[in-house]
Design a protein around this ligand. Structure first.
Ligand code: FAD
Length: 413
């Protein structure tokens, strides 16, 4: 094992080239440099910045893809394209579908979650195909879809894009006889973001004309129109189209000690219970809220702990457990922030940035990385010159603009 007295770098194998995997890669490079030797294994060749994919068909920013081989090279890491199939925890090796064997000192599991159609007969919300969203929008604009339901399922799911989709469709289509209904299993809209966010989003939905039905599950029958039966109210509603956000299940990976749900239980440093030298971050952990900003913070905690293990002196991140969302509404962005460590925090809502760089995924290293690449192309403004937090003049109350971090020191920019 590597230490300050031992020049051998700590060999870190990161599984998954999504938000948590890339944040961990960037963080390790920044914090530990040559003290670590990182390999990134991913079944995808690029990181798709999918939070922007919802707004793209509505004229929003382009959902960029970042080539993982390039990103790894910039961080002095190795990229391996492949599918991880089995972890031999005792032997410290990972086997891939193609039969390759990758050894490690430390493993970071960042495999995300697997989307699963929550309500049969509904159209799956699939942002990998922006065509689906474009088609839906065009059908609504042509008047072929007059009553549309956006459904958010119970259990773990990505909540935010459901609200964004309902609002964007309502604002874009807006004919007098086009109805959008948002049905959610939550007790109140975006309840995990706190009561300020709930109030603001309720107002946004009302002014866009979106009907809101909370604390409700649905069952679907028939087609064109589809009958939507709501539980517990027992009411039914005929819809031309139902779009359902997926439920999220754990990824399959043999050899790892998972909970009954399949998700991985981790401690405060991201270490997987019962698996020596295995860490996990992001949607594949048992943390109940699945969100990119949280996935990035979990990856930061892992990167910090590993950098320390590798002998680096590390200042810990004070921003862990902050839930941040930049919500696209179709009439300007809403910025939501809540400290999950403070049960009394009602959350903060603003119409301008509450963190910097103002990425949709608020990652300490990922947000500056993305901003640095967009800079010039899209004119992303630069971060405030100094200080970790500054006070924006026109955000009411004692609100802080979190400075997430400086652009990571990567080569070849
Ligand atoms: C439409 C949409 C909008 C969203 N908007 C926001 C937003 O505005 N803000 C926000 O913070 N979050 C948002 N999210 C949620 C956010 O995208 C996820 O929470 C985040 O991506 C989770 O990060 P992760 O690294 O855990 O998983 P992922 O980003 O899903 O990464 C997992 C990676 O592992 C790879 N992988 C899986 N299995 C294997 C295997 N066996 N072998 C090798 N590689 C494998 C996958 O290909 C993928 O690259 C949104 C999600 C969606 C779908």
């Amino acid at each position: 094992m590597s230490s300050q007295a031992d020049p051998e770098p700590l060999r870190v194998l990161v599984l998954g080239g999504g938000v948590a995997g890339v944040e961990c890669l960037l963080g390790l490079h920044d914090l530990a440099g040559d003290r670590v030797e990182v390999t990134l294994l991913s079944e995808t060749r690029d990181l798709h910045y999918r939070p922007l994919a919802v707004g793209e068909p509505f004229g929003g920013e382009h959902a960029q893809r970042y080539v993982l081989a390039e990103l790894a090279e910039q961080c002095g890491a190795r990229f391996v394209h492949g599918v991880a199939r089995h972890v031999d925890v005792k032997g410290h090796v990972v086997k891939t579908l193609a039969g390759n064997v990758l050894s490690y000192d430390v493993l970071v599991v960042a495999l995300g979650a697997v989307p699963h159609l929550s309500y049969g007969r509904a159209l799956a919300f699939d942002v990998t195909t922006k065509e689906m969203l474009s088609r839906t929008l065009n059908r609504a604009l042509r008047g072929e879809v007059r009553r549309l339901v956006v459904a958010l399922p119970p259990g773990p799911h990505w909540t935010l894009p459901g609200y964004e989709l309902a609002l964007l469709l309502a604002h874009a289509a807006a004919p007098a006889d086009f109805e959008v209904v948002l049905v959610t299993a939550e007790r109140a809209p975006l309840e995990v973001f706190g009561r300020e966010a709930t109030a603001a989003v309720t107002g946004e939905l009302a002014s866009a004309g979106v009907q809101l039905v909370c604390d409700t599950r649905i069952a679907l029958s028939g087609s064109a129109p589809t009958t939507v039966a709501m539980t517990p109210s027992g009411e039914t509603y005929d819809a031309d189209l139902v779009i359902a956000l997926p439920s999220l299940r754990a990824p399959t990976m043999s050899g790892l000690p998972t909970l009954a749900s399949g998700f991985l239980k981790v401690d405060e440093h991201g270490r997987v219970s019962g698996a020596q030298d295995v860490y996990a971050a992001g949607d594949c952990t048992d943390f109940p809220i699945k969100h990119g900003g949280l996935a990035a913070q979990q990856a930061d905690v892992v990167a910090e702990h590993l950098a320390e293990r590798a002998g680096a002196t590390v200042e810990s991140d004070p921003h862990a457990h902050i839930l941040r969302a930049r919500m696209v509404t179709g009439s300007g962005d809403l910025w939501l922030r809540r400290d999950l460590g403070d049960l009394a925090d009602p959350g903060t809502v603003a119409h301008r940035a509450l963190w910097w760089p103002p990425g949709k995924i608020a990652g300490r290293w990922l947000a500056p990385y993305v901003a640095a690449r967009a800079d010039g192309e899209a004119g992303v403004p630069h971060a405030p010159a100094h200080g970790r937090a500054v006070e924006p003049a026109d955000v009411p109350g004692p609100r802080h603009l979190d400075r997430l971090g400086d652009p990571p020191r990567v080569d070849g920019r």
